[in-house]
Design a protein around this ligand. Structure first.
Ligand code: BG6
Length: 455
């Protein structure tokens, strides 16, 4: 299939573009020196093509991107002052594109929705690909409306709903680990697994992102956008192939089965917000005192939800998804805890803990935590760890996302139905929160979370 000729970044002057998209592109082009694309930056801010080329160069330099594909992009970088909500402007941008264009909406959801509406008055070149950043809509209804709008513009395989977590090395390794080994797959079900935790705890605070984050909160920013997709990869049945159609269908089916544990969104969720505190010598103000935050919104900076997959395979197994900002220690992993052994032979002593398969997301590795006969007394149990390094991957996560996009392979993007199912789960939890049944708790920045969450 012919690959993309021009990548148009709408929202070119935004933080996401310089921090993530362009470095991802730099890595990809370094890896693939033969690739030739044109890069058009489009945004409202008055810039010229030289300034855009300087921005691109700085981002490429940050990942030491070099080679002929990089040089080609820099030599042909073009910037067009563009109102993404204007059909006329979008038409003009597309007129400047050569080959098949990809439009990358690095924009807030409301502006993306306006831009998609405006595209209906534009003559789209054959094969045009549309890439949409998270969050895809702001709830299930808006995601469904956006899906309908997109469906009347292009085919489903021309829509890329971006989730950079799907480009992370460990997340991609879930496929190989599960389906290319006999060891784990027969055990990944309710008969053998006691619980699963998918955790992305960060030390980072708000980082001047109030304009976006204060409306999203941890539940949408991380659980809706990323962690539910990871859960789908852990719970899905083996796809026939890892090509887009099969993989996306298997994940979508898995997400369709997800619901709050015990069907009770109140009992199954907790939320909290950080107050002032210190993280490794860095003093953070209370979240509500951060510039641009509206305290009335009650935005959570830490969200936890326990879910289940209502299937024969997983029914009754709690999946706890948690993510928070400004925590004392970073923890980013998928921990699959197996059931306890039915009987420990008399005479084997020591502290018995369940076996845990831990898939670490930073650095990318796998650790199998086992009970073994330790180095001392052979009858006293010890904890043994088998570690395998997955490596950082050939590209960074945005490089993987762009690789799929430029080759028009949507394997790593979400299907429209998957996005709606993910919102369906999150909408239930947020409705319980809005009804005031789940208190917004507090934790000092730099702590492990609210005191009563520590068990
Ligand atoms: C982004 C969220 O999608 O993912 C951020 O908006 C979060 O809030 C980030 O910090 C985490 O992913 P990574 O790959 O940067 O660790």
């Amino acid at each position: 299939m012919e690959s993309i000729g021009t990548l148009v970044v709408l929202g070119a002057t935004g933080d996401l573009t310089s921090r993530l998209l362009l470095p991802g592109l730099g890595r990809l082009l370094t890896e693939q020196p033969g690739r030739r694309i044109r890069l058009i930056g489009a945004d409202l801010a008055p810039r010229d093509s030289q300034q855009w080329a300087d921005t691109v160069r700085a981002a490429f330099d940050s990942v030491e991107a070099t080679g002929p594909a990089v040089d080609h992009v820099l030599a042909h970088a073009e910037y067009l002052v563009t109102d993404a909500a204007s059909a006329e402007d979008l038409q003009q941008v597309l007129a400047s594109a050569t080959g098949i264009p990809a439009l990358y909406f690095a924009l807030p959801p409301a502006v993306t929705a306006q831009a998609i509406a405006a595209l209906h008055e534009v003559a789209l070149p054959e094969g045009t690909v549309l890439a949409l950043e998270k969050p895809f809509g702001v709830d299930r209804a808006s995601a469904a409306a956006l899906n309908r709008q997109l469906a009347s513009l292009v085919e489903e395989d021309q829509v890329f709903r971006v989730d950079h977590f799907l480009g992370k090395s460990t997340v991609l390794n879930i496929l190989g680990l599960r389906f290319a080994n006999y060891l784990f797959e027969p055990l990944l079900n309710r008969d053998h697994v006691a619980k699963v935790e998918i955790v992305y705890d960060e030390q980072l605070g708000l980082e001047n992102r109030a304009g976006y984050y204060d409306r999203a909160g941890a539940m949408v920013d991380m659980i809706q956008s990323h962690l539910l997709q990871v859960m789908a990869l852990v719970t899905m049945d083996a796809p026939q192939s890892v090509h887009a159609t099969d993989l996306r269908a298997a994940k979508t089916e898995a997400l369709r089965a997800v619901r709050p544990f015990g069907g009770d969104p109140v009992a199954a969720s907790r939320r909290a917000r950080y107050t002032a505190g210190t993280i490794e010598d860095r003093r953070l103000p209370s979240y509500v005192e951060e510039h641009g935050v509206d305290p009335e919104r009650d935005t959570e900076t830490l969200a936890e939800v326990t879910l289940e997959s209502s299937t024969w395979r997983w029914s009754g197994v709690p999946f706890t998804l948690r993510s928070g900002k400004a925590l004392g220690a970073a923890r980013r992993d998928i921990a699959i805890t197996f059931r306890e052994v039915p009987h420990l032979p008399t005479g084997l002593d020591g502290h018995l803990e369940p076996t845990v398969l831990r898939l670490c997301l930073k650095p990318d590795a796998m650790v199998l935590e086992l009970n073994v006969n330790g180095p001392g007394d052979p009858f006293v149990l010890d904890r043994g760890r088998l570690t395998a390094d997955f490596g950082a991957g050939r590209l960074n996560p945005y490089g993987e996302v762009l690789h799929g996009l430029l080759d028009r392979d949507p394997s790593l993007s979400l299907s429209g139905a998957a996005a709606e199912h993910a919102w369906g789960v999150v909408d239930q939890i947020r409705a319980a929160w809005q009804s005031g049944q789940v208190p917004l708790e507090e934790y000092p920045a730099g702590s492990p979370g609210p005191q009563n969450w520590q068990s």
